[in-house]
Ligand binder design. Structure first.
Ligand SMILES: Cc1ncc(COP(=O)(O)O)c(C=O)c1O
Length: 391
């Protein structure tokens, strides 16, 4: 085994501490209080989306995120999907998103009938490279007389952009807004991984209008499965709530639906877990920052790469820690991953960039060479909030 794999293993095992079990990439932290909250909802009988608990969870998210409207749904993918529907994204529309994201971002665009249009990322934030995007759209698209952005090659309208806060790291929201404004793009922020992260001392999610978060089992708080849409505009919020509740018109007893709606609302059993987990958000953030700092200290003496700094544009929630190999050591990535996993440490690569997947072969894309290069170099490290040593 190479000295590189051995030295990375030594640093990671020092940080995560001794264990006779597999150290997962990210595990939830659920305690007796969470169980009691879920149990109370089960025994109340109000287990579906109706009743007080979903309301309590949504209001606690609104307060925490400082946004006027939150609608909770069954997962983050559904949150993206219903946000796209509410913004009128449909067949033949193109939606810009980073090639370097979890497949769910692109899947939701396809579910809405539209086409993902992949663009490149940057090493500083791991998110979309907005300068490169600006230059790319200048050369590959134009604004028609009606102000619609048209892809010169496909002749389709490029209607929206879904930037992603990768691993909880905030990106430059002002630069995003400049580019989106210049090219008339609607924005949906994918903050699935970034609950609690900040930009300009504001929690990210919907500062640009509309955004989503995920409460999957591997996120900073969990509802088992779940997600939410955070929305500034009251009319759009109402549309999302209505569409995701089978588009049923309010009435004491009649069943009348004014659209073909969806059944996407988060059940109260899940909301109860989320509400209880929200009470521990500050603790989770503190523990995760501490774990990140431990990794930074441990890896400061390693010269084959460096820890990803997720704080370039504001406080990160440190959802997932990543070590980035130098270019000259990228050939060692699989050896390092294999060695760590052999030693029961569930390190993972970056997601394979979506422009490289056969299923997305047909989709338009810019040059995505930085995304491919980052895929060759990033190693994701165990990041559960309870790992590491605590004050
Ligand atoms: C960037 C990103 N977007 C969307 C999702 C989808 O969320 P969910 O798994 O809750 O559907 C995830 C992950 O789970 C994600 O990491």
């Amino acid at each position: 085994m190479s000295a590189i794999a051995e030295s990375i293993f030594e640093k990671v095992s020092y940080v995560v501490g001794p264990s006779d079990k597999i150290i997962a990439l990210h595990e939830p932290w659920i305690d007796e209080k969470d169980a009691a909250c879920v149990n109370a909802v089960i025994l109340s009988g109000w287990v579906s989306y109706q009743g007080e608990m979903v309301n309590k969870f949504e209001r606690s998210l609104e307060e925490y995120l400082n946004v006027p409207h939150v609608v909770s749904v069954v997962n983050g993918t559904a949150a993206l999907y219903i946000a796209l529907k509410a913004l009128g994204i449909k067949q033949n529309d193109e939606v810009i998103l980073p090639s370097l994201t979890f497949a769910a971002t692109a899947n939701a665009v396809c579910h809405a009938g539209a086409t993902p249009h992949f663009v490149d990322s940057c090493e500083k934030t791991l998110a979309i490279d907005f300068d490169k995007l600006d230059a790319y759209l200048e050369s590959s698209a134009f604004l028609d007389d009606a102000g619609r952005l048209i892809n010169k090659r496909t002749k389709n309208e490029i209607k929206a952009i879904i930037p992603v806060h990768i691993f909880g790291a905030s990106f430059n929201l002002e630069r995003l807004q400049e580019v989106a404004c210049k090219f008339h793009l609607q924005i949906i922020e994918d903050a699935a991984e970034a609950l609690g992260s900040e930009y300009n001392a504001q929690k990210v999610s919907a500062s640009t209008g509309i955004g989503i978060v995920s409460f999957n089992g591997n996120k900073i708080i969990t509802t088992g499965g779940g997600g939410a849409v955070a929305i500034q505009d009251a009319a759009i919020a109402q549309k999302i709530r209505h569409l995701s509740t089978t588009a049923k018109k309010p009435h004491r007893y009649e069943f009348e639906h004014d659209e073909i709606g969806y059944n996407l609302r988060l059940p109260a059993i899940n909301a109860a877990l989320g509400y209880s987990q929200m009470q521990k958000m500050d603790l989770f953030l503190k523990k995760k920052k501490n774990l990140y700092k431990m990794y930074v200290t441990a890896f400061s003496s390693v010269d084959v790469g460096a820890m990803f700094d997720p704080n370039s544009f504001g406080e990160s929630n440190n959802w997932l820690n990543a070590f980035i190999l130098n270019d000259e050591n990228k050939s060692k990535k699989n050896e390092v991953l294999g060695f760590l996993n052999d030693k029961n440490i569930s390190a993972r690569p970056f997601w394979k960039p979506l422009h490289m997947l056969d299923i997305y072969n047909h989709c338009p894309r810019s040059d995505c060479s930085k995304a491919s290069n980052l895929y060759d170099r990033v190693i994701c490290l165990p990041s559960s909030a309870f790992l590491g040593s605590y004050e």
